[in-house]
Design a protein around this ligand. Sequence first.
Ligand SMILES: Nc1ncnc2c1ncn2[C@@H]1O[C@H](COP(=O)(O)OP(=O)(O)O)[C@@H](O)[C@H]1O
Ligand SMILES: Nc1ccn([C@H]2C[C@H](O)[C@@H](COP(=O)(O)OP(=O)(O)O)O2)c(=O)n1
Length: 333
Amino acid sequence: MKAIRGATTISADTPAEIKDAVGELLIQMREQNGLTDENMICILFSNTSDIKSAYPAKAAREAGFYSCALFSSLEPEIEGALPLCIRVMILAEIENPVPVYLRGAANLRKDLKKFAVALDGPSGSGKSTVAKMLARKLNILYLDTGAMYRACALKAIGEKVERFTEDAVAPLIENISLNIQYTDGAQRTILDGEDVSEKIRRPEVSMAASAISALPCVRKKMVEMQREIARKMSCVLDGRDIGTHVLPDAPFKFFVTASSRVRAKRRYDELRQKGYDVEYDNVLQEIEERDYNDSHRAFSPLRQAEDAVVVNTDEMNAQEVLDFIVRKIQEKV
Ligand SMILES: Nc1ncnc2c1ncn2[C@@H]1O[C@H](COP(=O)(O)OP(=O)(O)O)[C@@H](O)[C@H]1O
Ligand SMILES: Nc1ccn([C@H]2C[C@H](O)[C@@H](COP(=O)(O)OP(=O)(O)O)O2)c(=O)n1
């Protein structure tokens, strides 16, 4: 069991303000921590003594938190303390608690100021492996943007789209029901209500993802969703254009790379381990084709951001890559 902290403030002591602020806080805590009726045990609230118009716990029920126990209390009256503040602690059966401090309460934990880490690079360079480790270490969210393009590709394959053109794909993408959820810190990709997190890893989806991701209608929609997530919370994002296009102002940018032969060997081992009957030469050819597609498309191609730190992982294991990246981040803060 873990404890997750959160806090928010209201601008006036009214039931409407309390409902709005508490609802916003709890929904973000639920999203960022993968909370469910099953894994949530209780929510403890404390409010400063200048809040008298409604119970924060009542706002929790109104926001849909029915099944867990709620408890309210009064914060000690300390001189100079932040006024009109509601603090929350949730106990839940999860692995990696992500604290959430909103509105005026963001100043309570300046160390939690929102930031993004961009990890870009070609297939098999180790981005997602190190992104997961880094997110766990920094206690922030990991967003696998490749999974989103893979889901678009799976949708188009399912709809039997033969050629990925703007005309054929735009209507599918406009109304796509794509949700990114987190279960115990792991990203789940939900397409049209189905958890497709495993299906999108199939080799045929990889090539299709590379092709469909070249379409501006697809990129526009996915980039909007990625920015919306990064606006709300600190995260590590891995992809092809995070540092150059999605979040050009990200304070930490890395370009993770390795030779195509090393990357192909890693992907080959991974696919074999998963039971796919693949040949090394075919995997290498596919990786090189994908490198070419991803870096030659007209719209936001794969390229190193000028201010990104290059990490060549040819001779490094995943832990060494993580240590290098953490050191670079620490040097900058
Ligand atoms: N530094 C590394 N050294 C050796 N193998 C690695 C390294 N980083 C990742 N791997 C392995 O290589 C494969 C591809 O890594 P992955 O993180 O999926 O790459 P990407 O997200 O860049 O496509 C995975 O099987 C992973 O376990
Ligand atoms: N930010 C991103 C992420 C992925 N893509 C495209 C390009 C890739 O070939 C596909 C699949 O990406 P993904 O990162 O899942 O692929 P790998 O795990 O590196 O093999 O999506 C992209 O264009 N932009």
